[in-house]
Write a protein that binds this ligand. Structure first.
Ligand code: PLP
Length: 470
């Protein structure tokens, strides 16, 4: 803990990152290395004697940076975006510098209190219903897992009232979770951890989960003596950015005593723009809602926000209360340790606080709208080229799914492979309803019209080469 060294080394480190940001566009978006590349470049044992900070900085390019995939390159169109901004990075420095572990209010009051406040700011900015209490979380996957555990705790309490002899073990055999066949794999993982059954509801031709299919599944499962208790609906699916019909699904969940959790990991950020709020029609039925500011709201990983209608079931699900964690204010201030699996909790809310203050809601809206405009520009290119077609069109946010018209899966796979081997741009595919499709997601805060034009030139060139060969 040497403040002078922090100043001098911090300056070196910041300069390195600033230079990286300045030159990121010139780097190949995908690294040219093979698995195991790093081991021969590093000593086989940790250094016995201390080294100079400048030596580490000097080594970075030839070791670590050689193996980086540049997620913030304007040529990165893969997966979904992951946010970043100088505001969030600076906030992270403060969080790392304070380095508190805010598991309870007393463990660091400002850590808990700022989280409550920025979660309220965020809820207001998105126009979420007032019944959502303030809380935060680590990642969207964790939000699904903890809400599933809370829902299990709720159904267990309800069943115990009917039959005091019932055990959780017995009940688990009967519990069944629903999600669409397009839901993120984190739902499968959560049910594996919790140990209950999962049923995937078949989505319609546009990848949307609808109430009628859910209702039918519930009828069939109740006939088998199963107990439906949790539904994950997605707003903005990973593969095609489809939006489940939460108004219809919500009504079914209300009638059937099913906890409705919304995973809006990517698309949630768009709700900061009033023109996209219609996409969460039906939000009044929701028991819990999560999205990732760390995807599309200028906040670096990790920062996932989660709200719940009734916190009781969280406290029930995770309430362990050893003496060393007790404090005098635990009935008046939230202790976030009850909302998560780890005990320790980072001071993540600083990132949101800095981003809100530096960009303002207006700046965040401008950023989201710009990405959506860039996606529309790409759609325009695809639609005006007879070789391609847009597939599974959803409400266009920043993701465009396309493929070669009448092209086989093999041909589309070849196209993607050629594009990624070329390394000028980076895309990932999806397999949706038996079709191999290419996903083009606007990701970087540096992406401008000229980059989308460039990406289109690359796609055009590589497609022409491929089609002349075949
Ligand atoms: N849910 C959806 C719809 C996603 O698209 C993703 C990641 O892309 C996740 C969940 C997982 O998010 P996290 O990495 O925050 O767990």
């Amino acid at each position: 803990m040497d403040p002078d060294q922090l100043m001098s080394c911090g300056q070196m480190m910041l300069k390195f990152v600033a230079d990286y940001w300045k030159t990121i566009e010139n780097r190949s978006v995908l690294p040219s290395i093979q698995p195991g590349y790093l081991r021969p470049l590093l000593p086989s044992h940790a250094p016995e004697k201390p080294e100079q900070f400048s030596q580490i900085i000097n080594d970075l390019e030839s070791t670590i940076m050689r193996g980086v995939t540049h997620w913030h390159s304007p040529h990165f169109y893969a997966y979904f975006p992951t946010g970043n901004s100088y505001a969030a990075v600076c906030a992270d420095i403060l969080s790392a510098g304070i380095a508190c572990i805010g598991f309870s209010w007393i463990a660091s009051p400002s850590c808990t209190e700022l989280e409550v406040i920025v979660m309220d700011w965020l809820a207001q900015a998105l126009d979420l219903p007032e019944f959502f209490l303030s809380t935060g979380n680590g990642t969207a996957s964790e939000a699904t897992l903890v809400t599933l555990l809370a829902a299990r705790s709720k159904i267990f309490c309800q069943m115990q009232k009917k039959d005091p002899n019932i055990t959780l073990g017995k009940l688990l055999d009967q519990l069944i979770v629903y999600c669409s066949d397009q839901a993120h794999s984190s739902v499968d993982k959560a049910t594996l951890i919790v140990g209950c059954k999962i049923r995937k509801i078949v989505s319609d031709d546009n990848c949307v989960m609808k109430a009628a299919q859910l209702k039918q599944a519930i009828i069939e499962d109740r006939a088998k003596n199963l107990i439906p208790f949790f539904l994950v609906a997605t707003l903005g699916t990973t593969a095609t950015c489809a939006f489940d019909d939460i108004a219809g699904l919500g009504k079914v969940c209300q009638d059937e005593n099913i906890w409705l959790h919304i995973d809006a990991a990517y698309a949630g950020s768009a709700f900061i723009c009033p023109e996209y709020r219609y996409l969460f029609d039906g939000i009044e039925y929701v028991d819990s809602f999560s999205f990732n500011p760390h995807k599309w709201m200028l906040v670096n990983f990790d920062c996932s926000a989660m709200w719940v209608k009734d916190r009781t079931y969280f406290i029930n699900a995770f309430n362990v209360d050893p003496l060393y964690l007790k404090h005098d204010y635990q009935n008046v201030a939230p202790d976030y340790r009850h909302w998560q699996i780890p005990l320790g909790r980072r001071f993540r809310s600083l990132k949101l606080w800095f981003v809100f203050r530096i960009h303002g809601i207006s700046g965040i809206r401008k950023y989201i709208r710009k990405h959506i405009e860039l996606a529309k520009l790409f759609i325009n290119y695809i639609e005006n080229d007879k070789r391609f077609e847009i597939v599974f069109p959803s409400t266009t946010l920043g993701l465009v799914c396309f493929c070669l018209k009448n092209g086989s899966n093999e041909l589309n796979e070849k196209l993607l492979k050629s594009l990624n081997e070329d390394k000028r741009i980076y895309l990932v595919p999806s397999m949706v309803k038996g079709r191999f499709i290419l996903r083009f997601a606007i990701c970087s805060y540096l992406t401008e019209v000229k980059h989308v034009d460039y990406a289109w030139t690359v796609i055009n060139e590589i497609t022409t080469k491929l089609l002349t060969k075949t």
